[in-house]
Design a protein around this ligand. Structure first.
Ligand code: KE4
Length: 429
């Protein structure tokens, strides 16, 4: 693929922005290539600055479950622009999006809009501390909850991709309040909670991990977290920024039938515009200012344009059979990728839940961060580059998940599988 313009744009960008990108994982560093600069998107496809077209399995890292420029979403945005862009005052749209979220996720009695997933998780942690009067937090190795200081410990996504140990700039004393335990290891969790559960304000978990590649919860893991946190009075926070409205209409908590105390959301609920949210039990949420003393605020929180995009996205997802169709096309894709690799004699582990999928270059099942880190990263890099050269746009890291949208039709899936058959043969040679 000719990438002359992308290369020039990247050179210009690096003069003015660290690494030439506004979020590290976009830099494609770990797959030893330069990022493509994207010009436009339409349905399941994007076009880069050089006019090359790709089938997009990143979908802006999850938000675009309806694909690029869904007509109804664009129309909703254009309509609200006739009213204005931002008022710094409440609008009917915030209540409408809140009601759509609450209708899909019964564990949410009240919800507060913010501008990103990071703001959502950071606020949920502060709320858990304010509600319990405790300081300690537990997260799980390889889970990524955004870049708030409290949560940049053994994190996944870009932190894992770039091999950054924690993050400089997070005070030792601060990081010490966060304990990170092995994902899917309930015994270790129970031992730690027996010792310090009464000092632990909150446990935050990606109920389906999507930031160390995609790793489902082991049987009983989430039930165990719920049982033990109830015993210790610790706030259980499901970080569903990625899984919310993605793995199922009601998120992972609907799939696994668990009721967390707080839920964080983002991505899909903004339909491609900046939206995050946190919500849950009324007795906890009522501690948030101005109703309660725990402070959290935001100039553009509940922005009407972003609300309109989110509202229309969730309305479209309410269409009968929408999630069944998404699940079916994702299963078809993943089964095809597994067969293509097998035909080439390459061992990969694949998984999919709803329209989120993962693929590991590993002979063994991948069940936690340690096993994810032992994957064949060199082979992943060759696969990533080969697929991109054939017009398939994947996350540039083994430590990310893939996303299928309602716009990924049969032709796009077949084109992807045809490319995969060629690339796996190349990689195996
Ligand atoms: P944002 O602040 O990036 O909106 O959300 C942070 C976040 C919180 N929780 C989960 C489970 C998440 O996956 C994320 C963000 N996901 C990454 C992709 N793995 C965003 C991509 C990026 O960092 O550029």
């Amino acid at each position: 693929m000719n990438s002359v313009k992308s290369h020039h744009l990247f050179t210009q960008a690096r003069k003015v922005t660290p690494g030439g990108v506004n979020s590290p994982v976009r830099a494609c560093k770990s797959v030893e290539t330069d990022p493509l600069f994207i010009h436009s998107g339409d349905g399941c496809r994007i076009t880069d600055a050089d006019g090359n077209e790709y089938i997009d399995y990143i979908g802006s890292w999850g938000p675009l479950i309806l694909g690029h420029r869904h007509p109804a979403v664009i129309q909703a945005i254009e309509a609200v622009l006739q009213r204005g862009t931002s008022f710094g005052a409440p609008t009917d749209l915030e209540t409408e999006l809140a009601e759509l979220i609450m209708a899909a996720i019964p564990a949410i009695d009240m919800v507060r809009m913010v501008n990103s997933g990071t703001e959502a998780t950071m606020s949920a942690i502060r709320l858990a501390r304010g509600f319990t009067g405790r300081d300690r937090i537990i997260k799980f190795d390889g889970c990524y909850h955004g870049h708030a200081d409290t949560l940049l410990v053994e994190a996944g996504s870009g932190v894992a991709t770039l091999g950054i140990p924690g993050s400089p700039g997070v005070p030792e004393g601060f990081a010490a309040l966060t304990r990170s335990l092995p994902f899917n290891d309930l015994d270790t969790f129970e031992k730690v909670m027996n010792a310090e559960g009464d000092q632990t304000a909150g446990v935050i978990v990606e109920p389906v991990a999507g930031n160390m590649g995609m790793i489902p919860p082991a049987d009983g893991f989430l039930d165990g977290l719920r049982r033990i946190t109830e015993q210790t009075g610790t706030v259980l926070i499901f970080d569903e920024v990625m899984t919310g409205f993605r793995v199922a209409h009601g998120g992972a908590q609907a799939l696994y039938n668990i009721t967390p105390d707080l839920t964080t959301l983002g991505k899909v609920i903004g339909g491609g515009l900046p939206v995050g949210a946190y919500g849950g039990r009324r007795d906890i949420m009522s501690h948030i200012a101005p109703e309660g003393p725990v402070y959290q605020a935001g100039t553009l929180s509940g922005n009407p344009v972003a609300m309109a995009a989110g509202i229309e996205t969730l309305k479209q997802l309410n269409a009968p059979g929408c999630y069944d169709d998404l699940e079916e096309s994702t299963r078809h894709l993943v089964a095809g990728l597994g067969q293509a690799a097998q035909q080439a004699g390459i061992k990969i582990q694949t998984t999919s839940i709803g329209s989120m999928f993962g693929l590991f270059f590993s002979d063994e099942p991948v069940v936690d961060f340690t096993s994810a880190k032992s994957c064949d990263l060199a082979m992943f890099t060759a696969y990533y580059k080969g697929m991109r050269d054939k017009g398939i746009y994947l996350a540039p890291s083994q430590f990310e998940a893939g996303f299928v949208s309602t716009a990924h039709d049969e032709a796009a899936i077949e084109q992807t599988l045809s490319a995969a058959r060629d690339v796996f043969a190349q990689v195996a040679a």
